[in-house]
Design a protein around this ligand. Structure first.
Ligand code: ADP
Ligand code: ADP
Length: 229
C-alpha cells in the first residue's frame, strides 16, 4: 500500500509558464525516492500535486493505481504525512501537537511516538514563541526539535506515504545527524518522497530523480549518479 505514480505530468500555475514538462516516475510501495534539484525546479510543486493542493494540467498522479482526482482530497491527505522543513506548532503542549493528526490516540501511543522521535523528555512543555510569559512550562524549541515534533506526529498518524521536505533545511550537521535516526525510523516500510537540494543528503534513497527546470535531467541510485559525475 502506498505506491505512487506520476504519468507524463504537466503542470502550470500560469498558462504562459509551464512548470512541470512531462514528469514520469514510479515509487513502489515502501520505497524511497528523492527529488533533487535547484530552487525553482518544481520539487515542491510535485509534492503539492501529490497532496492534491492543485490538480495536474495534463497526465495523471496515481496512488495505488488510482487517479488522485477520483478520490476525495480529504482521503488523499489522510494517506500522506508531511514533515516540512519549517514546522509551525500550535500554542499548546508538545503532546497536543503530536496528537493533532490523530485525536483518538491514547496517551501511551503519544508517548511511544515521542520516544521514537526522541522528544519524550518535554512533551508536557509549551512551545515558546506565541507569548513571552509561559513560565516554567515554556520551552524554546530549535528547528531540529520542531522537526522532531512533526516526525512524532507522523509516526502517530502512520500514513502509508511520507513527504520529507528538507529542501531549505537550515539545520547544522550535528542536528541533522541527530534527527537522521528519527527520520530513518519514520520512513521505514513507508513510501517516501524526499525533497532535497543536495545529492549528499539522500545517499540511502532507492531512486534519485534530478529535476531541472521542470524536467527530469537524470535518475538513478546515488552511486550511479556519482559515476556520471
Ligand atoms: P522548488 O521546490 O524546486 O524550489 P517550486 O515547485 O516551489 O520549486 O516552484 C517551481 C516554480 O513555480 C518556481 O519558478 C516558482 O516561482 C513557481 N511557483 C511556485 N508556486 C507558485 C504559485 N503558487 N504561483 C505561481 N508560480 C509558482
Ligand atoms: P512552500 O514552498 O510554499 O513553502 P512547502 O514546500 O513548505 O511549501 O510545502 C509544500 C506544500 O505542502 C505547501 O503547499 C504547504 O502548504 C503544504 N504543507 C506544508 N506543511 C504541511 C503539513 N504539515 N501538512 C500538510 N501540508 C503541508
Amino acid at each position: 500500500e502506498g505506491k505512487i505514480a506520476f504519468k507524463d505530468v504537466r503542470f502550470h500555475y500560469d498558462p504562459d509558464r509551464p512548470i512541470l514538462k512531462g514528469i514520469d516516475f514510479e515509487v513502489p510501495a515502501g520505497k524511497t525516492v528523492a527529488i533533487v534539484g535547484p530552487s525553482g525546479a518544481g520539487k515542491s510543486t510535485i509534492s503539492r500535486l501529490l497532496f492534491r493542493f492543485y490538480d495536474v494540467t495534463d497526465g495523471a498522479v496515481e496512488i495505488d493505481g488510482q487517479d488522485v482526482r477520483d478520490v476525495t482530497q480529504e482521503s488523499v491527505r489522510h494517506a500522506i504525512g508531511m514533515v516540512p522543513q519549517d514546522t509551525v506548532l500550535f500554542n499548546d503542549t508538545i503532546a497536543y501537537n503530536i496528537r493533532y493528526g490523530r485525536p483518538d490516540a491514547s496517551e501511551e501511543e503519544v508517548r511511544e511516538a515521542a520516544r521514537m522521535a526522541q522528544i519524550h523528555d518535554f512533551i508536557e512543555k509549551l512551545p515558546q514563541g506565541y507569548q513571552a510569559e509561559v513560565g516554567e512550562r515554556g520551552l524554546k524549541l530549535s528547528g531540529g526539535e520542531k522537526q522532531r515534533v512533526a516526525i512524532a506526529r507522523t509516526i502517530l498518524k502512520a500514513p502509508p506515504i511520507l513527504i520529507l521536505d528538507e529542501a531549505t533545511s537550515a539545520l547544522d550537521t550535528h542536528t541533522e545527524r541527530e534527527i537522521q535516526s528519527a527520520l530513518d525510523e519514520v520512513s521505514q516500510n513507508r513510501t517516501t518522497l524526499v525533497i532535497a537540494h543536495r545529492l549528499s543528503t539522500v545517499v540511502n534513497a532507492d531512486q534519485i530523480i534530478v529535476l531541472e527546470a521542470g524536467e527530469i535531467a537524470e535518475r538513478g541510485t546515488h552511486l550511479e549518479l556519482l559515476d556520471k559525475g
